[in-house]
Design a protein. Structure first.
Ligand code: ZN
Length: 272
């Protein structure tokens, strides 16, 4: 069927080809893309071009945003969407602002007794509803390995969460996914993490204790682990891994396990 969208996409892709050697350099810096099939790799590459045409990247002083940097960011932004089809999942923002390093921003929190607290917080990223995504470039550069940390995926998970309202830890689920299963899996893992931290604030938790802040952070942090340390997540909270696998429609644990079986570098380095 003739489609204007399809024609525009093909024209955009034809006008902005990604040179092979540039893509190879970006791939080298992003181990979390290892193990993608050739077809997935090509799809991701195309999605990066469309993403960079669609969004404005604003770099503040101190951020050198060359073609390789732009692709490095785009590939991490597009990995979560790789199997989600053509829906415009990042419709909630037009701009990504890149700070050179962590930044201070005013924070507000209303506690259970209704008292509002305000303080200045140091942040490496922010995603405001109806606003841009803000990322500290230093944090972006530290992302991309299988280490349970990915600033880009974290902030963009908040944007997916906000597609159906506040960042409350539940993005719009696909048909066939059960809200109750999602909620049960997330809530019991969230409660477990909070129980450990209540008992000992310095407890060595399996995943970053920041996930215990609120359900929105739990979804963002576990999304980071889903793409960058699925073995840790699946071991600690298998039901959360399953729900995220159903949502993102990817089997990152299967991809990592295959790499660990086939690739000596991965045999030497496992998270669990
Ligand atoms: Zn967050």
């Amino acid at each position: 069927m003739w489609s204007l969208g399809g024609w525009l996409k093909r024209r955009t892709l034809a006008r902005h080809p990604v040179p092979d050697e540039l893509w190879a350099r970006v791939r080298q810096r992003l181990p979390i893309l290892d193990g993608l099939s050739a077809e997935e790799d090509q799809r991701l590459r195309d999605c990066c071009v469309l993403f960079l045409q669609d969004k404005t990247l604003t770099a503040l002083d101190g951020v050198n945003l060359d073609d390789e940097s732009r692709l490095f960011l785009a590939a991490q932004a597009q990995l979560p969407l790789l199997a989600l089809g053509d829906l415009n999942w990042y419709q909630g923002f037009h701009e990504i602002v890149l700070y050179p390093d962590d930044f201070i921003s005013p924070q507000k929190h209303r506690d259970a007794s209704g008292i509002e607290h305000e303080w200045d917080g140091e942040h490496s990223g922010e995603a405001w509803s109806q606003g841009p995504v803000i990322l500290a470039w230093a944090g972006v550069l530290s992302s991309g390995g299988w280490e349970g940390y990915n600033l880009v995926i974290h902030e963009l998970a908040h944007k997916l969460d906000m597609l159906n309202g506040d960042a409350n830890g539940m993005p719009p689920l696909h048909q066939g996914m059960a809200v109750k299963q999602w909620t049960d899996a997330m809530q019991s893992a969230f409660d477990d993490l909070n129980r450990q931290l209540d008992a000992d604030p310095d407890a060595e938790t399996a995943i970053d204790p920041y996930a215990a802040e609120d359900p929105g952070e739990f979804f963002a942090v576990t999304s980071e682990y889903f793409f960058s340390a699925p073995d840790v997540l699946a071991q600690a909270y298998p039901a959360v891994y399953q729900q995220l696998s159903a949502f993102y429609r990817q089997d990152t644990l299967g991809r990592l396990t295959a790499l660990q079986q086939q690739n000596p570098v991965y045999q030497a380095h496992t998270n669990v």
